[in-house]
Design a binder for this molecule. Structure first.
Ligand SMILES: [Zn+2]
Length: 251
């Protein structure tokens, strides 16, 4: 067939995925055969779970839309939810179950601190991560762009920042989770929900000062780690308040 030109404009922060040659977020592709819009977008480096809205020649389309002639395409991220085409959005928000790749241990800990259900195994390979993602219906968090582009991934996110604190804010914003934050309800080590436990039941496991100064305890039913509002508690509390404020406000 006759070659045709597709002109793509990437909005919002999707330009983090584009090469340095696309400073203004615009990429042109010359194609010689019918191609799905999803493949064209991913050929520009943008993983499909990052794409919330695709507009081809002023018409919102899905990932399976096929391009066969000249076209102007606008691509929007999730964090750019304006009032237009709200019914044509391709991603879901409100997902609070995650599987996190082995490089994001700090993010994992922070999300668990907020009470979110986060699967994490430092030694899992890509195949195992994807298996858990599907089996347990989790969204994938990874800075491995290729992994996020895997066809089997439905929900996922690529943290922009390298900093776990900033990554946490990004994830809470991306998935709209600020109302679901429940601090100190989940084991930071193994992800199990914590249970209240009577002091008398665990007192022999506590150090002398802890026995004296604290009365409320939670225990992980899985790994038996004991949690109490100890010296680092107020520091964590401060961090949580700061993140909450940042999520509510503008960046
Ligand atoms: Zn545990």
């Amino acid at each position: 067939m006759k070659p045709f030109i597709v002109r793509l404009r990437f909005h919002g922060d999707l330009n983090v995925f584009l090469g340095s040659g696309a400073g203004d977020g615009v990429i042109e592709r010359r194609l010689a055969e019918k191609t799905s819009i999803k493949d064209v977008i991913e050929s520009c480096g943008v993983p499909h779970p990052e794409v919330d809205l695709i507009v081809v020649d002023e018409q919102a389309v899905g990932f399976d839309h096929t391009l066969a002639g000249d076209a102007k395409v606008k691509v929007f991220p999730v964090n750019n939810r304006d009032s237009f085409h709200t019914e044509k959005r391709l991603q879901m928000i409100g997902i609070s179950r995650f599987i996190v790749d082995g490089h994001l241990g700090g993010l994992t800990r922070n999300l668990r601190l907020f009470g979110f259900d986060v699967g994490y195994d430092q030694h899992a390979d890509d195949r195992q991560l994807l298996e858990i993602m599907v089996r347990e219906n989790r969204a994938l968090l990874t800075r491995d762009r290729r992994l996020l582009m895997h066809a089997i991934v439905q929900h996922g996110y690529y943290p922009r920042s390298q900093n776990p604190h900033e990554q946490t804010i990004e994830v809470i914003r991306r998935f709209g989770l600020s109302e679901l934050i429940a601090p100190f309800t989940r084991c930071l080590r193994c992800n199990a929900p914590l249970e209240e436990v009577a002091k008398a039941d665990i007192i022999e496991k506590l150090q002398a000062l802890t026995q004296i100064y604290y009365d409320r305890f939670r225990r992980c039913p899985n790994c038996e780690q004991i949690y109490w509002p100890g010296s680092h508690f107020s520091k964590l509390q401060k961090r949580i308040e700061e993140i909450r404020a940042r999520v509510r406000g503008t960046p």
